[in-house]
Design a protein around this ligand. Structure first.
Ligand SMILES: [Ca+2]
Ligand SMILES: [Ca+2]
Length: 401
């Protein structure tokens, strides 16, 4: 064997092993794959960090729907129709009413979903959907760019109206949350653009729409306008930005009673985090990525003052999971002990936690250990919370244990 051939062979083995390890990691994690080597971290100002307590109620998961293909999201339209809408990653929105399923939108012809974090990622129904039929979707297109588009129930997959198109430098960290706030504006969660460690520092770059929560007005302007009180209007920074410093906010939601915003940001190597933004917020929060991961330093190469950052309220270590899936604050009628409990889970381990603020102090508990691949939670108009299993296509309701 010649020396050159040996070098080529060894290089090939090393490259092949790296690709295999990356792919294996992707298969295991699904939603989250680009973890990078360990960097020494130190903990910073854990002042409002939630403490772990015993669960304050016993819960069960009751299987209520099944037969979905890679479901990623569940929502109601708040139109009193009783329809529940489920999103499939490949590009469908399916309504369920009394057990009858109807595909209301199929855009699989324009959705790219081959990679683990790409696909049709969410839908938000206009607050007046009942009268105007307007709804908004978030997906990755054939070139991997992130698209926010409007559709109308009267015209199906025809007459797509594009609102935003954001190019993606890498295939992962595409964000994917849409939700109307109590103010009637559409909030949009984008990822940092991907790879690992945010190599382009998009999270901290206020001239990029990546790694942000955006806030737009879909009721004026064409195709939208920027609310005049957005924090970077008439200041340096893109006008659409509401908050920044995010890695991959895989699900945020508004508490339907208080209007507070809960935002789960997927971590890099070690820490998954939950952020809390009170309803009184005027926006402009810097949630810290890539300076911080959870409450821990990650890469502060511009010497940003750590005290200027908005810390999470809860973090958990990768001994408990590897990719957080944010959920909802329970506001159902039947289970008063859970009123005000924010449920969330981990995609890799199936753990389900509850988090709440009690007399100004945050506390959390692990409510269930499951074997579900939790891609998302969901909430219906009555305030009940659902758990979505990506692998089996089953959907569960959180009930009293
Ligand atoms: Ca500006
Ligand atoms: Ca953070």
């Amino acid at each position: 064997m010649s020396k050159n051939f040996k070098i080529i062979l060894i290089t090939g083995i090393i490259l092949g092993s790296s690709v295999y390890l990356m792919f294996r990691n992707e298969l295991r994690a699904g939603i989250e794959f680009a973890k990078i080597p360990f960097i020494a971290q130190r903990e910073v100002s854990p002042s409002r960090k939630a403490v772990e307590v015993a669960p304050w109620a016993k819960i069960n998961l009751e299987k209520v729907f099944s037969g979905f293909e890679e479901p990623l999201y569940l929502v109601e339209a708040k139109d009193d129709s009783g329809n529940i809408y489920v999103i499939e990653k490949g590009g469908k929105i399916i309504s369920i009413n009394n057990g009858t399923k109807t595909t209301i939108l199929d855009i699989s012809d324009r959705v790219r979903d081959r990679e683990s974090e790409r696909g049709l990622l969410s839908v938000a129904f206009h607050p007046d959907f009942k009268n105007n039929g307007r709804y908004f979707v978030y997906y990755t297109n054939s070139r991997g760019a992130v698209i926010v588009s409007e559709f109308n129930s009267a015209t199906g997959n025809q007459n797509e109206k594009a609102l935003l198109k954001i190019s993606q430098p890498y295939s992962n960290h595409n964000g994917g949350q849409l939700a109307f706030g109590p103010d009637g504006y559409l909030y949009i969660g984008t990822g940092d653009g991907g790879a690992g460690g945010d190599p382009l520092d998009n999270g901290q770059n206020k001239l990029s729409l990546l790694g942000k929560i955006l806030r737009i007005d879909v009721d004026t302007g064409n195709p939208y306008s920027v609310p005049p009180d957005n924090p970077f209007v008439n200041k340096s920074g893109e006008d659409e930005i509401w908050a920044y410093g995010l890695r991959n906010p895989w699900r945020f939601s508004f508490d339907t009673k208080t209007g507070d915003l809960y935002n789960a940001d997927v971590g890099q190597n070690e820490w998954e985090e939950i952020n809390f933004q009170p309803a009184s917020s005027k926006g402009g929060e810097n949630y810290g990525w890539r300076i911080l991961e959870g409450f821990h330093t990650f890469k502060n190469d511009n010497n940003t003052n750590i005290n200027s950052l908005t810390m999470p309220v809860m973090e958990y270590n990768h001994s408990e999971g590897c990719s957080v899936s944010g959920g909802y604050v329970y506001r159902g009628e039947n289970f008063k002990q859970l009123d005000g409990t924010y449920f969330f889970g981990d995609f890799c381990t199936g753990n389900i936690w509850g988090l709440r603020n009690r007399n100004g102090e945050w506390e959390y508990a692990k409510f269930l250990t499951t074997d579900h691949l939790i891609s998302s939670f969901g909430q219906n108009q009555a305030g009940n919370v659902y758990v979505i299993d990506f692998k089996t296509g089953d959907i569960y309701l959180i009930t009293q244990g």
